[in-house]
Design a protein around this ligand. Sequence first.
Ligand code: SF4
Ligand code: SF4
Length: 236
Amino acid sequence: MNIHTYFEQHGFPLVAVIDLAELPEHLAVLMQSVPLEDYRRLVLTANVGRSFWPKVKENWASSQHPVDDYSRHVTQTYAQTYLPDDETVLLYPTQEHLIPLQQLGQYVGWSHTSPVGVGIHADYGLWFAYRTAFVTTAELPPTEIDTRPSPCLSCSDKPCLSACPAQALSATAKIQLDPCLDHRIAEQSSCADRCLARLACPVGQADYQYSLEQIQYHYTQGFEALKAWHLGKKSK
Ligand code: SF4
Ligand code: SF4
């Protein structure tokens, strides 16, 4: 089966196959734990919109890390089934490798910097996320780089900025984490389990915005650790 069809059927419509011979040096140096010269392709996958979450719930409801477990399972099954004669190594999600997912996403044209602090895609807006990365000796056909510009460049109203109750966002600078986190950890915070600025972005909103359940899952995962880190930083 075609790699794009396989991953799309499992909730990962974004698949980039990168010819490692073409990988720019500034990205290769960020992946020094991987002997890239032993492989031919680097593959990056991402979930988009709402199709992914029901599959995670259906198969991994009892897991402590359902998203990573499902993503690993889908990728390992692909390699075992469709690339049985090639060597394939999962790079993400694993504990062994640090992979520059954001930079790779920018390189393949999926992601542009946005005021909200997460990457934005020309079609899917803020509603996609990197799920797996792997290298393989298989000569999979490389995908074309998406050269479309950031949708933020043509977004004149920028509703994300006014939707942020902490005034943490600006069109020209990075998100200010301190006011954002102060607001998120406050009693009865409107951002405890969601980002109102992300919800306000019109790009891909109607077709790809995650369900509230999925949004709440992602925003509450690790929230207590984030809160402890922020409070610890403030007390110094
Ligand atoms: S609302 Fe406009 S400026 Fe803000 S993230 Fe969306 S497209 Fe970019
Ligand atoms: S989580 Fe809330 S406070 Fe933080 S950037 Fe989003 S809207 Fe602003």
